[in-house]
Design a protein around this ligand. Structure first.
Ligand code: P61
Length: 466
């Protein structure tokens, strides 16, 4: 392919559409009462009331015809399902870890890993927190310590690898508490809370060396590791001619295991797994799996789900898929940038993250600007986004205070293979309209706060008009 078409449409979809799902339009008046009823929390809106659903890229992908065909060869035996062995073969080929424990989704794997490795009083460093990951570490008695590079906390930094670990920060922690109190580092690929930002291979190699010297395991959160591999190919010197498949293997070979939510990279609606290289740990993990997930050859999944996951993995490592996926996100991000909307830079892999603090500078962080902005975007056009700021960060377990993270973001998350370029255009136009009237967006007060992962179920009301 050559010429203008190939240049301008380099991310064109490598598939065509065979089946569609009809959407329902609502009026602004309907949406105003829907958001009030939902306590100004987009997690509490019914899907039928949403036009374009950018809440999450988790479990929302469109499956291919081959994945649907795989669903028909589900072997629903309680033990030893054929689909487990098919998944295991794809897993060995593409990730290369020795042992696989399927789980119902990512947090099932996080629960098992944290229970296995974290003891009360331990510290678990990580390249920024993720909500469920940190909660499982804390419930096992550990304390999470953020060791990501400073640039990750700055929405305007153009650092190409904002997911990198600051080895100096890690070393300070290890010197302070002793390596025996640090069972592993939790290394997330394409760091979600930072805006979908990758780590570099050179940083991983240095981390691997450091951790080997100190007897600390490197546990990957591989939920979006294939997208991270694509960024390495695009951005890191020496990787342009390597395949995404080989970069993925190189990443996994430098880590000791992984927790994965298959609902993202792997193009399925449900599923996850824990990957390990150590045989003893694997046996213990299989044993915990029967308490929390189901037998170790299905881990809470139907046989057909495992078959769809195996096929999803084969499709996820295709470069044409990644080019279209990341290209579409970038298309939306660039449109928003040219409309003057403040977003996290560089544009990440799974969504465009609006800088709500810059968007609504008149609101205090304890008036929840990102929560208020997500609600305003819904009212404007029926587009559902997600708060990723003060509400998501929760409270410090020691002091009970809001953590007030530096990043106060609204995530426009793009499901894989679901929406068209016109949907991206409509989204950008909607956000630009809200931006033009940003002074009118008022703050919120929290009226109900659940104890764990409060952002899912919290309720808010508008603070009286200013
Ligand atoms: C998401 F608002 N992510 O991004 P599970 N690791 C990573 C994830 O992104 C992830 C999990 C582990 C979701 C769903 C979700 O605060 C939230 O399969 C990097 O969801 O159990 C999930 O995987 C957990 C949304 C999760 C949230 C937690 O939309």
């Amino acid at each position: 392919m050559s010429g203008i078409v190939a240049e301008k449409r380099s991310w064109a979809e490598p598939y065509k559409i065979k089946s569609v799902e009809l959407l329902r339009m609502t009026t602004r008046a309907e949406r105003e009462s829907i958001i009030a009823e939902a306590g100004h929390n987009t997690f509490l809106i019914k899907s039928r009331d949403v036009y374009i659903d950018l809440l999450t890229d988790s479990g929302t992908a469109a499956m291919s015809d081959r994945q649907w065909a795989g669903m028909m060869v589900g072997d629903e035996a309680y033990a030893g399902s054929e689909n487990y062995y098919n998944l295991e073969a794809a897993f060995h080929e593409h990730y290369g870890y020795r042992y696989l424990v399927p789980t119902h989704q990512g947090r099932g794997a996080e629960n098992i890993l944290s229970q296995l490795l974290v003891k009360p009083g331990d510290y678990v460093p990580g390249n920024m927190y993720f909500t469920t990951t940190r909660l499982h570490q804390e419930r096992a008695g550990g304390t999470f310590v953020d060791v990501i590079v400073d640039e990750a906390h700055d929405p305007n930094s153009e650092h190409p690898f904002k997911g990198d670990v600051d080895i100096g920060k890690l070393d300070r922690l290890v010197r302070q508490v002793g390596a025996q109190r640090v069972p592993y580092i939790s290394l997330e690929a394409n760091v979600n809370m930072a805006g979908g930002q990758p780590f570099s291979m050179s940083n991983l190699r240095e981390l691997h060396g450091y951790c080997q010297t100190h007897g600390i395991l490197v546990m990957l959160d591989g939920t979006r590791v294939i997208e991270n591999a694509y960024f390495i190919k695009e951005r890191e010197p020496g990787y342009a001619s390597k395949s995404v498949k080989s970069i993925l293997r190189e990443i996994c070979d430098l880590t000791d295991g992984a927790t994965v939510s298959a609902k993202k990279d792997l193009l399925v609606n449900i599923g996850g797994f824990l990957a390990l290289n150590d045989e003893e740990l694997f046996k213990q993990a299989q044993n915990l799996a029967v308490i929390y997930e189901g037998l170790h050859t299905y881990g809470g999944l139907a046989g057909r789900d495992m078959e769809a996951m195996a096929q999803g993995l084969r499709e996820a490592v295709m470069e044409t898929h990644q080019a279209a996926r990341i290209g579409q996100v970038r298309y939306l991000g660039e449109k928003l940038q040219s409309a003057g909307v403040p977003i996290v830079k560089p544009i990440g892999s799974h969504g465009v993250f609006i800088d709500a603090a810059a968007f609504l500078p008149h609101l205090d962080r304890d008036e929840y600007p990102a929560q208020a902005l997500a609600a305003a975007i819904y009212v404007e056009a029926g587009i559902r986004a997600m708060e990723r700021g003060n509400v998501s960060a929760g409270r410090d377990p020691q002091t009970g205070d809001n953590r007030r993270p530096n990043l106060e973001l609204v995530r426009l998350t793009i499901p894989r293979r679901v929406y068209t370029q016109a949907h991206m255009d409509v989204t950008a136009e909607c956000i630009a309209r809200v931006h033009a009237q940003r002074d009118k967006v008022g703050g919120l007060r929290m009226t109900y706060e659940p104890e764990y992962l409060r952002f899912f179920q919290a309720r808010f009301e508008p603070i009286a008009a200013r």
